[in-house]
Design a protein around this ligand. Structure first.
Ligand SMILES: *Cc1c(COP(=O)(O)O)cnc(C)c1O
Length: 382
């Protein structure tokens, strides 16, 4: 008997269900088109919404920072890894998000697990949308709090849950602001209103909204003016870099520095990364045109897809799902598009609920109308 036989068995089971995943190798910078397996393919699955991942100004900032500070940070922030670039980035992020303070994490996944597991304990109740990102769910599991999931965007059920919650327990509502696989938005003002009424804290994940929504690019919090307690977001999507942030009160920052384990027990991000992110923030601030461009292109693509009879669900952002339902069919369509040099991923369970497999398309400011039309033509004759 082979004690590791389950590895192959579980992979085979995924294969049978049409749910096995594998990696594709890109041999070029990110952009509207990328090099995949020796050919140039149009890329409609990146989260590089503003087309900054390969931006020359960000590259130059990183190179200069490597010359000034070297590459590694040597230790965790609390030991001796806290360098000037980290602090400068945090100051600018706080200012940009109109918060008292900001704290940077090494990734969005780490930020969510770190923040939630610090804020909630085994006696707490955490309320979260059914479609919240996996890193939010993992943070709740790590905190050992009781998880209460409400149906997607369902404020009535959320209110019922809050109403029934025992008093005297710490309560936290956590939600994505833009849902990563559906491209729709959370009703933030309603959530904040319920939180106030039932004495809960609100934490939002702006991963797909930061740099994209709001007149200044500050996300859905800026767009709605909702007063949330904790704004988390990533530097890996619209900012084209890597890392994440938590914005809130000075006390919150102090609390997280002392209590969030994925901040305390990990090496500080490389200073060049902090400098790259600070440069990206400057571009986000100074170039609102990029946000307008990506929204206009998303609107163009979505309206044409709907006119062709595709179900784009309730997307209102640069994330445009096309609902297929069957995972095998979604995968087959993705493969057919790739044969036409177009990269669109099939998103299947467990990333999305069973029966809702889809093609997930994203547009960026780097795409042209012709690129979008090429995708539409390919879908038309599939
Ligand atoms: C991508 C994503 C994350 C994780 O961020 P990384 O910086 O990639 O680790 C967290 N939350 C949401 C909603 C995301 O889409």
């Amino acid at each position: 008997m082979n004690h590791a036989g389950f590895l192959q068995e579980e992979l085979q089971a995924l294969e049978t269900l049409g749910l096995r995943r594998s990696l594709q190798s890109i041999a070029s910078p990110q952009g509207r088109a990328v090099h995949l397996d020796g050919r140039q393919v149009l890329n409609f699955c990146s989260n590089d919404y503003l087309g900054l991942a390969a931006d020359g100004r960000i590259r130059a900032a990183a190179v200069k920072a490597i010359e000034n500070y070297g590459f590694g940070s040597g230790a965790s922030r609390l030991v001796c890894g806290n360098m000037r670039p980290h602090e400068e980035l945090e100051e600018e992020l706080a200012q940009f998000k109109q918060a008292e303070s900001a704290l940077v994490y090494s990734s969005g996944y780490m930020a969510n697990t770190a923040i939630i597991s610090a804020l909630a304990d085994r006696h707490s109740l955490v309320f979260s949308d059914k479609l919240s990102h996996a890193s939010i769910i993992d943070g709740i599991i790590l905190s050992r709090a009781q998880l209460l999931r409400y149906p997607h965007l369902d404020m009535q059920v959320l209110e019922d849950m809050l109403k029934k919650a025992p008093t005297g327990r710490r309560k936290l509502i956590v939600t994505d602001t833009v849902f990563s696989m559906d491209g729709d938005k959370a009703p933030l003002r309603d959530i904040v209103e319920l939180a106030r009424r039932y004495e809960a804290m609100v934490m939002v994940d702006e991963a797909h909204a930061f740099g994209v929504l709001g007149a200044r690019g500050g996300g859905l919090v800026e767009e709605t003016g909702a007063a949330v307690d904790i704004q988390m977001g990533t530097l890996s999507k619209a900012a084209g870099c890597f890392g994440a942030y938590a914005c809130g009160s000075k006390t919150l920052r102090d609390f997280l520095v002392n209590k969030s384990r994925a901040f305390i027990y990990t090496t500080a991000m490389p200073p060049a990364l902090a400098e790259a992110a600070r440069t990206a923030l400057g571009i986000i601030r100074q170039e609102p045109r990029l946000r307008q461009q990506v929204q206009e292109l998303a609107e163009h693509l979505r309206s044409r897809l709907r006119a062709m009879g595709f179900d784009c669900m309730n997307s209102t952002t640069p994330i445009i799902p096309v609902l297929i339902k069957d995972p095998h069919q979604a995968k087959a369509m993705s493969r057919q598009l790739l044969a036409k040099d177009i990269l669109v991923q099939a998103i299947r369970p467990p990333t999305v609920p069973v029966g809702t497999s889809r093609l997930r398309m994203t547009v960026t400011a780097a795409h042209t109308r012709e690129d979008a039309d090429q995708l539409l033509n390919a879908l038309r004759i599939l």
